[in-house]
Design a protein around this ligand. Structure first.
Ligand code: R7I
Ligand code: MG
Ligand code: MG
Ligand code: MG
Length: 348
């Protein structure tokens, strides 16, 4: 598909939906053979069920809230977005939300809340959450803001409604950048990583990011370091799941999942001996992410968003799509974002 075409917008949101709906059955699992994931996918493909029978989780619930806010306010509006997150949670609390973020929603719902960032700042004794909940929903921002500086700024603001530890919001910025550059079209993996590292060196270079990393006993520039590790893994070729999990992670922290999603996308540009070759790149990416175990829905939703932005809706299999709850609404939202993006692109 052409750079920044409608197909890529639909691909990104549908890829995210697929990753969540297909991945959530395996959340918290040990790593599993790709053949087991394939077996599960066959059962989905062959299920004689009503469309939309695979339910989405918090990953999609929050993506929808974020996207709806972007589409219904003329300019970015953090109060509107916070309200949607909290009200969506209240209406439908059993979507598998993170254990701690629900405290933020409860406080946002209280009439005493006057600063929408305050509840998130209070999390984890004032350190803020480093969970991947801001990254998992970030896909909407690069689909609404064509210019990279705006895109980074609004990703950070939207992330801070729930995640004020820099590891949490910087992870969201990295995920948004990964989608942004995938949307631009044909890419060379090294150049793509160079762009991401260039941005992350700047994003992670401020005092707060350096202090947060040290506080958690991490090296300085933790996301940039993992991007370097991704480059090393891609050069090496054969890399075991054990090594990917040990070095990049498969966990619930943004640092243990966003780089893994990016690696999965780049790795799955090539065939994988464990995954039948008739699956396309986007399918392979989702299968690979799920086979890593751990936070499968979230890693698959992030990688699905990036792969969908890159390959476009041509690689979204119709049967997979139609199994997912609210797929038709997702397509409409993607079209509306596309129009908004084009309008913003023209007006500058
Ligand atoms: O980040 P968040 O929205 O969770 C998203 C995850 C995804 O896997 C979804 O699919 C869903 O299952 O949840 O929610 P948070 O509650 O902010 O963070 C998730 C978890 O990360 C927390 O419950 C903690 O276990 C852990 N965590 C932390 N632990 C210690 N110290 C996040 N931040 C910290 C921290 O600062
Ligand atoms: Mg989830
Ligand atoms: Mg969960
Ligand atoms: Mg998850």
């Amino acid at each position: 598909p052409a750079a920044r075409s409608l197909s890529r917008f639909r691909g990104a949101l549908l890829g995210a939906l697929l990753g969540d709906c297909l991945g959530s059955d395996f959340e918290g699992h040990y790593p599993l053979p790709a053949a087991r994931v394939v077996r599960f996918l066959r059962s989905v493909e062959e299920a004689q069920r009503e469309p939309g029978f695979l339910l989405y989780t918090d990953d999609t619930a929050m993506t929808r809230g974020l996207v709806r806010s972007l589409l219904s306010t003329p300019a970015f509006d953090e109060v509107d977005m916070a309200k949607r997150f909290a009200e969506d949670y209240k209406k439908d609390p059993d979507r598998g939300y993170g254990m701690s973020v629900v405290v933020v929603f409860e406080k946002l719902l209280s009439s005493e809340c006057s600063d929408v960032f305050e509840p998130a700042r209070k999390q984890f004794d004032g350190k803020g959450s480093y969970g991947n909940g801001a990254a998992m929903r970030a896909v909407g921002i690069p689909l609404a803001y064509p210019h990279v500086a705006d895109m980074k700024k609004f990703t950070e603001i939207s992330a801070k409604l729930t995640h004020t530890c820099s590891l949490g919001y910087n992870g969201a910025i990295l995920q948004a950048l990964a989608v942004h550059y995938a949307l631009q079209g044909q890419l060379d993996r090294d150049e793509y990583l160079d762009k991401l590292i260039g941005h992350m060196k700047e994003v992670e270079g401020n005092e707060k990011s350096l202090a947060d990393a040290r506080e958690l006993d991490l090296l300085d520039f933790p996301f940039s370091c993992r991007l370097q590790k991704i480059r090393e893994f891609l050069q090496r070729g054969q890399v075991s799941k054990e090594d990917v999990i040990a070095e990049l992670g498969n966990g619930i922290a943004a640092l243990q999942s966003v780089p893994t999603a990016i690696y999965s996308f780049l790795r799955c540009m090539e065939l994988d001996s464990d995954i039948p070759a008739h699956y396309n790149n986007l399918q392979r990416t989702i299968i690979y992410c799920i086979s890593l175990g751990g936070d499968t829905d979230t890693i698959a939703t992030m990688a699905g968003a990036i792969a969908g932005a890159y390959y476009g809706e041509e690689q979204i299999p119709v049967v997979w799509k139609q199994s997912c709850e609210d797929f038709a609404e997702t397509e409409v939202a993607a079209e509306d974002l596309y129009k908004l993006y084009c309008k913003r692109l023209e007006s500058t």
